[in-house]
Design a binder for this molecule. Structure first.
Ligand code: PHE
Length: 452
């Protein structure tokens, strides 16, 4: 499809693509999910596998999603329909973008609840509740939030409203401009906090935990968690990056733009680890405590900083905006499809979908208190959704999409997209996707199914 036929216009500068895609990638996955998975999975071994997965699985699939988006310049469902009308692939492949949309929808149901915690912490920081807080105080502050479904409901509702309004107005491109300013600010704030945490906390023990590993630690559970996190953090396996590819100019190199996004994403996750672990070891916070880790560790650092109220409030505001720029990409797929295919107003479509996400989100937030019973495989509702999406649906979606791109799309179409001049780069991408990423994902999806 010629560039002029693209519905939303083309981004002229590669930096706009990089900021928009980083807006989707950088979020709670880096600052909340990555540290607690690192803690639960033994530190060094997880970090090592995670970096390898980012390079050999996450990055090639990110490039595949962006390339596919740029080929047809439409929403993922119509992209596949269009390719099948051109007799390039079978129409049954439309199952893949559908699966991707459902995965994004399900992730958003718990993502919004956790983003609500971040909003609740803005209020706590600004009202001075972090000042001089001890680890026991931080733990009980977290527990009191979790035991109040009403408060969680309030923040979850507010966050979903924001998501719906942003997606409904189609200001995704405007947000790229916002991310352009906020992302560097977030990185500078994280750098300063990391410096402070390394100085105040137990840097030695944290370094031992993060960078030492042995082969015995490399279990299938660690590998599964690392791949799931690599996909989650790069926002791949659910079509979120399709849309950004669709806006990308043909002149840009997909390889260098996507590598930059992956590097930014990794840097933010590493910085979060360098803040949380020195503190956790210094204040005897259990690093295996799961989802509470970030929300218990961070108040302690803000509580002992000179301008802790302001810095803490500002940090959680940044985290909320980062979560918002990620959340919109989870709803975008179905909203764009309803709008482009059935001419339903974007706002209407966003409200309709957002309402169902909000409803399921209520069950998620209740699973932290009243309905904390284990439903299946010793998991509560939130844990089930988290495992279902990151251990099964994301790897499955990523695998099917890679199979489609690497085995079924004509190589010439791909070579065109990947800027054929850099043929070494194309070879690396193509063969890694075909012979490394896909087999690894088949294994992981299978391991996910059998409940590893
Ligand atoms: N990558 C986002 C984060 O790290 C989460 C996300 C997952 C966004 C899947 C879109 C799709 O927070």
């Amino acid at each position: 499809m010629p560039e002029s036929r693209c519905l939303q216009g083309i981004w002229s500068s590669p930096w706009i693509f990089i900021f928009a895609a980083s807006g989707s990638a950088v979020g709670l996955g880096n600052i909340w999910r990555f540290p607690y998975l690192l803690g639960e999975n033994g530190g060094g071994a997880f970090l090592f596998v995670y970096c390898v997965c980012l390079l050999l699985v996450g990055l090639p699939i990110l490039m595949a999603e962006v390339a596919l988006g740029r080929t047809v310049r439409s929403n993922p469902i119509d992209t596949v329909n269009d390719l099948s009308e051109r007799r390039l692939i079978h129409s049954a492949w439309v199952f893949v973008p559908w699966l991707a949309g459902v995965t994004g929808f399900l992730i958003l149901t718990f993502y919004s609840v956790i983003a609500g915690w971040s909003m609740a912490y803005i209020e706590r920081a600004v009202s001075g509740q972090f000042v001089g807080i001890s680890e026991l105080g931080a733990q009980s502050m977290y527990n009191s939030l979790l035991s109040s479904p009403r408060e969680m409901l309030l923040w979850h509702t507010l966050f979903m409203l924001l998501v719906v309004l942003v997606v409904g107005q189609s200001v995704t491109r405007g947000l790229a401009a916002l991310v352009r300013i906020l992302l560097p600010v977030l990185i500078v704030v994280l750098l300063m906090l990391a410096g402070f945490a390394l100085y105040k906390g137990n840097a030695w023990e944290a370094a031992q935990f993060l960078f030492r590993w042995s082969w015995q630690d490399m279990t299938l559970k660690v590998v599964t968690a690392a791949i799931g996190q690599a996909l989650f953090s790069l926002s791949v396996g659910m079509g979120a990056m399709f849309a950004y590819g669709a806006y990308m100019s043909k002149r840009m190199s997909i390889a260098s733009a996507c590598s930059t996004v992956a590097l930014i994403d990794l840097a933010v996750s590493l910085l979060a680890g360098l803040i949380i672990f020195p503190l956790a070891f210094a204040f005897h916070i259990n690093v295996q405590s799961g989802p509470s880790l970030t929300f218990v560790s961070l108040p302690i650092i803000f509580g002992s900083l000179p301008a802790g109220r302001e810095v803490g409030g500002f940090f959680f505001l940044l985290l909320t905006i980062a979560a918002l720029t990620s959340a919109i990409s989870m709803l975008e797929l179905f909203v764009a499809w309803l709008h482009e295919k059935y001419y339903i107003a974007r706002m209407k479509a966003a409200f309709l979908l957002g309402f169902f996400v909000w409803l399921i989100g209520i069950v998620v937030l209740l699973s932290f208190n009243h309905w904390d019973s284990k439903l299946l495989f010793h998991l509560n509702f939130f844990e089930m959704l988290d495992k279902l999406t990151s251990h099964i649906l994301l790897p499955l979606g990523a695998m099917l999409l890679s199979v489609l791109v690497a085995w079924f799309l004509p190589r010439s179409v791909l070579q065109n997209e990947m800027v054929a001049k850099k043929s070494m780069c194309f070879q690396w991408w193509y063969y890694t996707l075909k012979y490394v990423s896909i087999p690894v994902l088949v294994l992981v999806t299978f391991a996910g199914w059998i409940g590893v």
